[in-house]
Design a protein around this ligand. Structure first.
Ligand code: TIU
Length: 223
């Protein structure tokens, strides 16, 4: 029988069944999170993202112990950049472009060191890793099929960055009928004001995109 658990959340408690809920870790990649990576080379303070690692480790351990579906994503492109639209490749004038040689290999290219997931949260056998060319996890990936095949209806969303890949994925998920709980201390932005506003946008208007909660509230519900 479905097990209805309830986590304290905003704008109101989040009900979920671990059997039909997936933990999603978005783009916890070296190039976004590590000192000396792509994000840091653009002048960003990686500490704003690194504070997510410790709470996310606890959440990941609890979800694994509960037998929940765990899915990791990575943002990146094929070595020949054939899956990178010119609009993304050429926008702005970053000191380093996608595909350029960076401090940890070619920037955002699959197979390069900087593209891979940080050791602290590395996937274990059986956990799908979705490689995505866009900001959202559903666009041009197997993510939707993989969730459907596992009977997933609800997503616990974590990762980086809050206003970019986390938001895009949550918005895509909503339009596909998923219920999303975003763990506020397990998502991070290089910009504190975007972190704050990004979380408020999720839960505004009666939970227009879903719910937010501190990871301890989710862990309490799962315990
Ligand atoms: N993963 C993700 O959010 N990719 C980005 O490019 N984020 C930025 O904030 N730029």
């Amino acid at each position: 029988a479905p097990r209805a658990l309830v986590a304290e959340a905003a704008p109101y408690p989040f009900s979920f069944d671990p059997a039909s809920t997936a933990l999603v870790l978005i783009d916890m990649q070296r190039d976004f999170l590590e000192p000396g990576g792509f994000g840091a080379s653009l002048g960003n303070d990686v500490a704003e993202l690194r504070r997510t690692i410790a709470p996310l480790r606890r959440v990941l351990a609890a979800c694994r112990a509960a037998g929940m579906t765990v899915v990791h994503t990575r943002e990146g492109h094929l070595p020949d950049l054939s899956d990178c639209p010119p609009s993304k490749l050429l926008r702005g004038s970053p000191s380093l472009r996608i595909g350029d040689p960076g401090p940890k290999g070619r920037i955002l290219i699959r197979g390069e060191e900087g593209h891979d997931i940080i050791e602290e949260l590395y996937p274990v056998a059986g956990e799908p890793v979705v490689d995505k060319p866009g900001k959202g996890a559903f666009h041009a990936t197997e993510f939707g099929d993989l969730l459907a095949a596992r009977g997933v209806r609800s997503l616990v969303v974590t990762g980086v960055t809050t206003e970019v890949c986390v938001h895009t994925t949550v918005r895509e998920a909503n339009d596909r009928g998923y219920e999303c709980l975003v763990l506020s201390d397990c998502v991070g932005s290089y910009f504190p004001e975007f972190q704050r506003a990004g979380l408020e946008m999720i839960r505004a208007q009666g939970g227009i995109f879903g719910w937010t909660a501190e990871s301890v509230a989710f862990l309490d519900a799962l315990a």
